[in-house]
Design a protein around this ligand. Structure first.
Ligand SMILES: C[S@@+](CC[C@H](N)C(=O)[O-])C[C@H]1O[C@@H](n2cnc3c(N)ncnc32)[C@H](O)[C@@H]1O
Length: 274
């Protein structure tokens, strides 16, 4: 029995990357019925970016000039909203990142230094809240989600991107200490700024809402309609990761007997306040 199990585990570790690559096309599942159970997987970052920009532009077509909140804005904004009028407010707790944003990137109309858990913003005010790779860093992410709900206008959308705590990657990030994240980004990913003030990595907490199950449950309880839910398949991200991480993810996936996802690491949501 033990031999059979270890054979299965090694099979998963060795063959799953090939299977994933071979089936990449099949993984992108456009069927809306299967969406209820299966996670649709993004084709590429370009595909994701165009989808997010389209949602924001459609919102502008209905509502005119938009009020956009970039929650946990960091150093840069990744979307191109040419052709629409908007007012972009950036909130972040990291003063150094905000200074880079203010003096280098210079793309915010309003800058607020504050913690998303308790910063004082107008209720029913924003057409769009954009929150990219921030929730996993917040102890009390559910409070932040409640704030997003409060700050959004009815009909407004929240765009969320975060690593799934229930993925093999999310699990390993939760388990390893912060110094290791700095070491990994600096030495293994070759980022000379890693750990300097204003630069990633940031500490992670991964509250329950930072998962597919947790986010779905939160939306059910708070009248948020899930307009889009997508996973980032590993093949989309793999090229920038060292081989050791890929092996570690496959091992964790296999050891968890498939409970910690290996088909995706990050999640992207578009939620609408109904
Ligand atoms: C990984 S960076 C992502 C930055 C940017 N959104 C992006 O996608 O490039 C995480 C950002 O979240 C910010 N952050 C973490 N906890 C926060 C909190 N409680 N309130 C506001 N910002 C927070 C950090 O300061 C950092 O700028």
């Amino acid at each position: 029995m033990a031999n059979l199990l270890s054979l299965y585990l090694w099979g998963e570790i060795v063959f799953s990357p090939f299977a994933l690559r071979r089936n990449k096309e099949k993984l992108i599942n456009p069927d809306p019925l299967l969406f209820l159970i299966m996670l649709r997987l993004l084709e590429s970052y370009d595909f994701e970016k165009q989808m997010l920009e389209r949602y924001i532009k459609d919102n502008a077509a209905k509502n005119g000039a938009l009020k956009i909140l970039e929650a946990g804005c960091g150093q840069a904004w990744g979307l191109n909203l040419e052709g629409i009028t908007y007012h972009l407010t950036g909130v972040d707790v990291d003063r150094h990142a905000l200074e880079i944003r203010k003096f280098k990137t210079k793309d915010l109309d309003e800058i607020i230094e504050g913690d998303l858990c308790n910063v004082n913003l107008n209720e029913n005010h924003y057409d769009v809240i954009y929150n990219s790779y921030v929730l996993e860093h917040i102890q009390g992410a559910e409070t932040v989600m409640k704030n997003f709900h409060k700050w959004l206008k009815p009909g407004g959308i929240a765009i969320l991107r975060f690593p799934d705590r229930q993925s093999a990657y999310g699990f390993m990030t939760r388990l390893t200490p912060f110094w290791f994240h700095v070491f990994f980004k600096k030495i293994m990913m070759g980022d000379p700024n890693a750990g300097k003030p204003g630069f990633a990595p940031y500490r992670v907490f991964y509250d329950r809402v930072v998962s597919r199950e947790g986010m779905r449950e939160f939306c059910d309880r708070h009248n948020l309609k899930i307009r889009e839910e997508w996973g980032h398949p590993y093949p989309m991200d793999w090229d920038s990761y060292p081989a050791l991480l890929k092996i570690a993810c496959r091992t964790v996936y296999a050891l968890s007997l498939g409970r910690l996802a290996h088909g995706h690491n990050n999640l992207t949501y578009i939620l609408e306040k109904t």
